[in-house]
Design a protein around this ligand. Structure first.
Ligand code: BTN
Length: 334
């Protein structure tokens, strides 16, 4: 089956322009040679160079004199990822957008149309990035990682929430390896640094009673933002703010995808016990933390008491009962 490229996917020819410049980093390439090689007009080349510059790619030169790259571009382009991820599950079906509403929305539509396991949807910018509980995910252009992975695991739907925990662990490991700081994990889907939100996972699923048809795992990670809108300024952070330097989104994403693939295979091979154990060992929220829980029906406070084998958070309530939280918001109680 052939799947239609979703509308708005990065033009194959911008990808070719980027690849041409990246392959010849020290050479000035004339606008007319680029136009010939890619098969477009010189004015289209000029427009795309402008677009790439808006995304922070440092292209030096002018249409008359020719162009070259001043530094390796930090764009999550499909061509560069395919190259860097050769052989990996996520290297075969990559959809990259300069701008889209939500990579989860795109991945969901692709999944319904039959896209295979390993499909990866990326955006430089989202206009309606989705967070949990109907919240928005702030998605500044070319500053963060906005990625959705499509999986078709042969698992029971009750195991799907474990994939959120697993994704959190993979992102945490990739961030630590790349930036030298290890985010805390707040059950079920938050990555925190210094108590502020660095990233989040939004897992959505299509399932029959006993079998998952597909799961999409949306990952939002604040990488190079230097400031946030006023409503987020006190609660969000980025790797740039936390470490004082910029980080390559491309390298971080490649690390993250390799890490996720290896963790996912382990989960399919060995089952979920290690996911639950690992989450408990790195999350300060799993055990002994006073929290406020809002599960949609009621709000209560209590102290966390580890995860169940299915990955639910146990909370010892103030009335002495211990309950397992299926889904809901958990915040640190003062
Ligand atoms: C949360 O913490 O509430 C989850 C945030 C998930 C955001 C990511 S960004 C990429 C993907 N596309 C979306 O629309 N949302 C997720």
């Amino acid at each position: 089956m052939t799947l239609k490229t979703p509308p708005g996917t990065t033009d194959q020819r911008i990808e070719s322009l980027l690849a041409l410049l990246a392959d010849n980093p020290t050479i000035v390439i004339s606008g007319s040679r680029i136009a010939d090689e890619i098969g477009v007009s010189r004015s289209a080349v000029w427009r795309w160079v402008k677009r790439l510059r808006e995304l922070g790619v440092r292209v030096k030169g002018e249409s008359g004199a020719g162009y070259h790259l001043e530094s390796v571009p930090d764009i999550l382009s499909a061509a560069m990822l395919r190259r860097g991820l050769r052989g990996s599950l996520f290297s075969h079906h990559i959809h990259h957008f300069l701008k889209t509403d939500s990579t989860n929305r795109v991945a969901f539509d692709l999944a319904h149309a039959g896209a295979p396991e390993g499909t990866l949807v990326l955006a430089e910018e989202q206009t309606a990035g989705k967070g949990r509980a109907g919240r928005r995910w702030h998605s500044e252009r070319a500053a963060g990682i906005y990625a959705t992975l499509l999986l078709r695991p042969r698992l029971s739907p009750v195991q799907a929430p474990l994939l959120t925990l697993l994704a959190g662990l993979s992102v945490r490991a990739a961030v630590e390896a790349q930036a030298g700081v290890a985010p805390d994990l707040k059950w079920p889907n938050d990555l925190l640094l210094g108590g502020r939100k660095l990233g989040g996972i939004l897992t959505e699923m299509h399932a029959e009673p006993n079998i998952i048809r597909f799961v999409i795992i949306g990952i939002g990670l604040n990488v190079n933002q230097s400031k946030f809108p006023p409503d987020l300024a006190a609660i969000a952070t980025s790797l740039h703010s936390a470490t004082g330097r910029k980080h390559s989104r491309l390298e971080l994403l490649m690390r993250l995808l390799r890490q996720f693939e290896s963790d996912y295979n382990r989960f399919l091979r060995e089952g979920p016990a290690w996911v639950v154990d690992s989450f408990q060992s790195v999350s300060s929220f799993a055990q002994g933390k006073r929290v406020r829980v809002s599960d949609g029906r009621e709000e209560y406070t209590g102290t966390t008491a580890g995860l169940t084998a299915e990955g639910q958070l146990q909370v010892r309530r103030e009335d002495g009962r211990t309950v397992a939280v299926l889904s809901g918001d958990v915040t640190e109680a003062s």
